[in-house]
Design a protein around this ligand. Structure first.
Ligand SMILES: Nc1nc2c(ncn2[C@@H]2O[C@H](COP(=O)(O)OP(=O)(O)O)[C@@H](O)[C@H]2O)c(=O)[nH]1
Ligand SMILES: [Mg+2]
Length: 400
């Protein structure tokens, strides 16, 4: 066996097959002794030349060693979790980082990875603990008069603030979902308005079939755009009109559905007549400006996909719209798991606040507050409820 390189220092080495000593490749070897490694276990990294035969030879030699096998998908992360190196929220953030395609998605993922959710739930728990301690004191020491009505009222208003904060975080979770899935912008309008041409122009590639034959587009087509780091899903739809063709009719039905679900609808129309049907809230975009003489005064944009005129302004406007939905600091509640935790914490806070006189209902209030704390404690996905309470309580002296 060769020598072990010094810990955490890239070491240029010749890699040899342990079975016969023949050299396989030269590369950098990194040695991370436990516990200072990604998984918390002893880890070694080989940086080798990327040719398939080189990788196969090195992997083959490593796997031939006793007790060595290839990792299952996600196994390293799973071990990191089991060994307490990463909590569940960080792992979710890591997963999002791996899938991030735009700058804003990367920022949201990185925030979660860095503990944005757990920092927030920890802070809420810290605010709730003195409230619980006070309520418990009224149960444990009812006659001592330590707990004044004024103190209870103050605790109640603190609980109210926690409730409002959770409510706000939940309300903001739609923004996180949009950040992951993209802001949906549907291009709609009558046949031959130039919808597919606009989609291709905005996507800068030939995604949709363009033709002078009305009813060419039947299925809704999607392209992902990165507008200044913001994820936008652009949807091309079938031209909306009455039709006898059953396939086109299905396309029109889908178009109407996509329009009703979209965050923004660009209603494309070359003429006043074709602008009439546009849905409320949609942006009227006059198309084919190079060809059409009339001027739609109520149009927000006037474009020609043929010459490119008006396109930069339209793109900038759509980007500003996406920014109005997604902008600001990354959301805290990002995944369905987070939403469930927060919804549960919210329900428990509502229950606690539902008791009007806290001195009379102290035991029930304490139970609700404990349930809220337990829900918040689950943000890490690992820490047992009691363990978290123990840890938090240790920093807080009740009755002293
Ligand atoms: N002159 C001109 N023709 C256009 C423009 N945009 C689209 N067209 C033409 O109009 C026809 C219908 O376009 P298409 O994108 O398929 O319309 P859709 O049915 O709304 O998807 C095609 O022949 C296009 O080449 C434009 O800005 N100027
Ligand atoms: Mg089309």
């Amino acid at each position: 066996m060769g020598r072990l390189p010094p810990p955490r220092a890239a070491t240029l080495s010749t890699l040899r097959d342990p079975a016969n000593g023949s050299p396989l490749d030269q590369g950098l070897v990194l040695w991370f002794p436990a516990p200072a490694s990604f998984t918390g276990e002893d880890c070694a990294e080989f940086q080798i030349h990327g040719g398939r035969a080189v990788v196969a030879a090195v992997l083959g030699a490593v796997v031939a060693l006793e007790g060595v096998r290839l990792a299952e998908p996600g196994e390293f992360t799973r071990r990191a979790f089991e060994n307490g190196k990463l909590d569940l929220a960080a792992i979710e953030g890591l997963g999002d980082l791996l899938h991030a395609e735009t700058e804003a998605q990367r920022r949201q993922a990185y925030a979660l990875y860095q503990g944005r959710l757990t920092d927030e739930t920890d802070r809420l728990a810290q605010e709730l603990l003195p409230v619980l301690a006070l309520v418990e004191a009224t149960i444990d020491f009812p006659d001592e008069g330590d707990v004044t009505d004024a103190a209870l009222l103050q605790a109640r208003s603190q609980a109210l603030a926690v409730r409002d904060r959770i409510d706000g975080l939940l309300a903001d979770s739609g923004r996180a979902e949009r950040m992951r899935d993209g802001v949906v912008v549907a291009i709609a309008g009558p046949p031959n308005a130039g919808k597919s041409t606009l989609l291709n122009a905005m996507a800068r590639r030939d995604v949709a079939i363009v033709s002078p034959i009305a009813g060419t587009t039947r299925d809704a087509l999607e392209v992902q755009l990165d507008l200044g780091g913001l994820p936008v899903v652009l949807v091309d739809t079938a031209g909306i009109r009455e039709t006898q063709d059953p396939v086109e009719a299905e396309g029109v039905r889908r178009a109407r559905r996509r329009v009703s679900e979209a965050d923004l609808v660009l209603w494309l129309a070359p003429t006043i007549e074709s602008a009439a049907e546009r849905p409320e809230g949609s942006w009227l975009v006059q198309s084919q400006a190079d060809r059409v003489a009339e001027h739609l005064s109520e149009a927000r944009h006037r474009i020609s996909a043929a010459t490119g005129s008006g396109l930069p302004a339209l793109l900038a406007d759509v980007q500003a719209f996406a920014s109005s939905l997604l902008g600001g600091e990354p959301a805290v509640v990002v995944h369905e798991r987070h939403r469930r935790i927060m919804a549960e914490a919210l329900a428990s806070m509502e229950a606690a606040l539902g008791h009007t006189d806290w001195s009379v209902s102290a035991e029930l209030v304490a139970e609700d507050l404990r349930a809220a704390l337990a829900a918040l404690g689950r943000s890490r996905g690992r820490v047992g409820t009691e363990a978290m309470l123990d840890q938090l309580f240790s920093a807080f002296c009740i009755g002293k």
